[in-house]
Design a protein around this ligand. Structure first.
Ligand code: SOE
Length: 390
């Protein structure tokens, strides 16, 4: 069978993780990459063993051999590049956030539907095997009615005033930082698991470090610990390091989450607890093979990821026997497998249900972020705008 040919735009922290996950599939070829200059593109292409290098992504979009394009660029160019990918008639897999606000993400969703291409957004945490299994358990009524959903997404890579990255500047990262970058994952994951949408929010955002020391050199995401930089300039910070958000779900059930990028010791800790009418569950992305199940009338349990113990609908998400733990790169591979098998099998998003997040989910996520920003500004409950364009 002929392989599906892919081009990647942007090769910072996340682009290479996409490339590695795609390569594990076997039926997809990373044929090209695009960077901001021909020299940078050629260097990256040589390092990563990719045949074609483009110094301008628009040229790559004119390459007839490329069928799918991944948008792994910084946030402020997501909208424009996603639009151009769609108009070029290519399938698109974008990093989140899809755009800078929900008007733009609505426009992208409408355009993607009109062009009939396959569109995906990289909400990768829903692809963990234990998360897929938990969704089945909840749908089967194993924990009863979901009453409460609470948790957090904590990181420490922006803890020090000398930590700096493009995500800190609103004109590049967007008006929201921690909420858009990691809160978006938390909301997507819990909405996926419970099957319930967040419809209303009350938020309190804080910039814990209001002035940062910007190193004279550029620093990649998660890159600070390797930098020995002595020359800095003081930069005022206008995006949030921290947020606490109370949420209401569409069926009236309640939840709350916090996000922080300044929590020492927490590297990439997305966690949630769900309290149902029969039992509770707790999951933490840093120990993804474990699902805690809490009971009132018998001892609590830890379900270790194991295909033999998983619901049949979740078994395609786990690839090794119990004890052979899978993690972040494996969830990303599941994302790529589900996205690319949908394309390979000639499926259509207007008719077939995907097992990956689409631009519809990306737009819902942007609408939640917009509502959180508005709630923080006005210090009141704000409804999440629900319309999804058909
Ligand atoms: C940085 O906070 C980041 O790389 C996010 O952008 C990713 O989406 C998340 O998975 C890990 O952290």
């Amino acid at each position: 069978m002929k392989k599906i040919n892919v081009g990647i735009i942007g090769t910072g922290f996340i682009g290479p993780t996409h490339i590695e996950a795609i390569r594990r599939l076997g039926f997809v070829e990373v044929l090209a990459l695009a960077e901001t200059s021909q020299e940078a593109a050629e260097k990256k292409a040589a390092d990563l063993g990719i045949p074609k290098a483009y110094g301008d992504y628009r040229e790559m979009l004119r390459d007839d051999e490329i069928q799918v394009v991944h948008n792994c660029t910084p946030n402020h160019v997501h909208f424009e590049i996603n639009k151009e990918i769609i108009l070029a008639g290519k399938h698109v897999l974008s990093e989140k956030p899809l755009a800078m606000n929900s008007q733009e993400s609505a426009e992208l969703l409408a355009l993607a539907k009109k062009q009939g291409i396959v569109h995906g957004v990289n909400f990768n945490y829903r692809q963990h095997a234990s998360v897929q299994n938990l969704r089945e358990k909840i749908a089967n009524g194993d924990i009863g009615t979901v009453n409460l959903v609470h948790g957090s997404y904590l990181q420490d890579w922006l803890l020090y005033e000398t930590d700096f990255n493009w995500r800190l500047a609103p004109e590049v990262g967007g008006k929201s930082r921690a909420v858009a970058d990691i809160g978006s994952h938390w909301c997507d994951t819990v909405q996926f698991i419970t099957g319930k949408k967040i419809v209303e929010v009350f938020a309190d955002l804080a910039t814990v470090i209001p002035v940062r020391k910007k190193p004279k050199a550029n620093v990649a995401t998660f890159g600070m610990q390797h930098i020995e930089e002595t020359e800095y300039e003081d930069v005022p910070i206008n995006t949030e390091d921290y947020a606490s958000v109370i949420v209401r779900f569409e069926d009236g059930s309640r939840g709350v989450f916090i996000v922080s990028q300044v929590s020492a010791g927490r590297k990439n800790r997305l966690s949630f607890e769900i309290n149902g009418s029969k039992s509770s569950v707790f999951w933490n992305q840093e120990e993804p093979e474990k699902l805690w199940i809490g009971h009132r009338d018998k001892p609590n349990e830890i379900l270790l990821a194991d295909p033999a113990l998983f619901a049949s609908a979740a078994q395609s998400a786990i690839h090794h026997p119990g004890g052979h733990n899978e993690g972040w790169p494996d969830a990303l591979k599941n994302m790529m497998f589900n996205f690319y098998s949908f394309i390979r099998d000639g499926k259509d998003l207007m008719k077939d249900k995907p097992n990956f997040a689409t631009f519809e989910d990306g737009h819902i996520s942007m609408s939640i972020t917009d509502a959180i920003l508005e709630s923080n500004e006005q210090q009141k409950w704000v409804k999440v705008v629900q319309e999804v364009f058909v």
